[in-house]
Design a protein around this ligand. Structure first.
Ligand code: NAI
Ligand code: MG
Length: 358
């Protein structure tokens, strides 16, 4: 079967890391006998430079008809002029909206070989492997807002809203993913205080009882979850939560592995192509030097195979290859410690390709 993959390299280190991820996907295609076709399109700063628009219509069209999308990163100091009409990040926000991507997936997996990079003690973080599902298009970030009054009475508000439909679809998606992992799902809310959280808790329980009775399910309050992530992160498997709580908890959790260059993410909608990317930015400080860590983007490509193309063995093969190169002691500069010598972005990509080829 033919899969058409749209590449959006973007700015800074984006083109370097996406090139390595593409090489890895080509290695998967040849080992497993798949037909992946690639086309590259503009997004972010480079799209502003060349077309005046951070998300040209041509890019949107290509994305809509793709099987899946792999993005590098957008932005950089060159486009930071506050008087500019448009910013690179606007392209990213718009593509998520255009494609109806309501679920943000963030796996937080600690590779044993990198346990010493974590700010937490190795005996606490060892074994951490969490998959977050953050609701991305609802909640307080999109609620009604306004302000009124003057002086000491100046007041502002922003309301948190969730509908039954919005809650159901993300809980279903997370529970389905839990079935493919350790069959455990934790829903995080603030139902002791917030009305939309009470609805969230009720609807989530309904979905779990009626559709996923086989999945072990529990609920945790968001403030308690913030503590558990530091105290016993290895106890969680799949976690589902709303937009605001997910924003904060996933950033907190992203610090657990201790290296930004290792963390992928995905944004998915009900149907249509998913968008896969590293969680880090365009790293303008190291762009063009050939020293960026491509593993987050390579792991994002693995997520793409698993969640958009249902190629599970192929996704596993990439993740095993990444663990393998780390076990061999290969490190890009961001991961290198002490006397260990760092390898280039390209060399890291090539090492993963070699493992996959076997
Ligand atoms: P950043 O993630 O780009 O960089 C933070 C630090 O981590 C830098 O020292 C960088 O060199 C390092 N780093 C990041 N990724 C790395 C990798 N793969 N290998 C080795 N080192 C890596 O965040 P920063 O500096 O706050 O933002 C830079 C630009 O990226 C800004 O324009 C920002 O708006 C944009 N950005 C874009 C995102 C996206 O496209 N999704 C997400 C976050 C930031
Ligand atoms: Mg955030």
């Amino acid at each position: 079967m033919k899969h058409s993959i749209v590449l959006l390299p973007g700015d800074g280190i984006g083109p370097e890391i996406v090139a390595q991820a593409r090489g890895v996907l080509e290695a998967v295609a040849s080992r497993f006998g798949h037909d992946f076709s690639f086309s590259s399109h503009r997004i972010g700063g480079i799209a502003i430079d060349e077309t005046g628009d951070p998300l040209p219509a041509e890019t949107v069209d290509a994305c809509r008809s793709a099987s899946a999308i792999l993005l590098g990163a957008v932005g950089g100091p060159r486009w930071d002029d506050p008087s500019a009409k448009t910013r690179p990040e606007a392209g990213l926000l718009r593509i998520r909206k255009e494609l109806g991507l309501f679920a943000n997936l963030r796996p937080i997996k600690l590779f044993d070989e990198l346990a010493d990079a974590s700010p937490l003690r190795a005996d606490i973080v060892q074994g951490t492997d969490i998959l977050f599902f953050r609701e991305l298009t609802g909640g307080v970030y999109f609620g009604e807002s306004g302000s009124s009054g003057e002086g000491e009475d100046e007041t502002a508000f922003q309301s948190m809203t969730y509908s039954r439909r919005e809650i159901k679809r993300i809980v279903r998606m997370a529970a389905t993913a839990a079935r493919e992992r350790s069959n455990r799902l934790t829903s995080v809310d603030k139902a002791n205080v917030l009305e939309p959280s009470r609805l969230w808790r009720r609807v989530a329980a309904e979905v779990m009882t009626e559709e996923f009775p086989d999945v072990q399910y529990d609920v945790v309050l968001v403030d308690a979850m913030a503590m558990h992530l530091i105290n016993r992160p290895a106890d969680f498997d799949v976690v589902v939560t709303g937009n605001l709580f997910g924003d904060i908890l996933t950033d907190e959790a992203s610090m657990l592995p201790g290296s930004l260059g290792m963390l992928p993410s995905a944004s998915l909608g009900e149907s249509g192509p998913g968008l896969y990317e590293p969680i880090h930015g365009s790293a303008p400080d190291i762009a063009g030097k050939g020293i960026a860590n491509p593993l987050a983007t390579i792991l994002a490509a693995a997520m793409m195979l698993r969640h958009s193309l249902s190629l599970h063995a192929e996704a596993d093969a990439i993740e095993t290859a990444v663990a393998g190169v780390l076990a061999d002691g290969l490190r890009t500069a961001d991961l290198a410690r002490g006397d260990s010598e760092a390898i280039s972005c390209e060399a890291m990509g090539a090492a993963v390709v070699k493992k996959i080829a076997g």
